[in-house]
Design a protein. Sequence first.
Length: 103
Amino acid sequence: MLDTTPLTSAVDHFADRLRAAPQSRLQRGAAAEALALARELSLRAQHLEDPEAEPREMPDAGMFAAADQITVAARDLALVLQDENQLAEALAVVAEAQKRAGV
């Protein structure tokens, strides 16, 4: 079984930083970046679960929910990752999103 702890740890760190960020930082793009990450992780999970299904887009639940959305999406993805390459790709996506978010 694949150890996805690095992914959930990275996302938990990002989520904690979002929760601690001032509202002004969230409004300047950190929340939008987190939502984009949540959507990307969700799409990856959906594709791995059922490549033939029509993907569903994660809704925008507001800037104060962005941390929870990335956490949920990452945990969904962690359940269906199949190999180290997929894990490494997911980790890279998370790192880049956090960098762009500035938190």
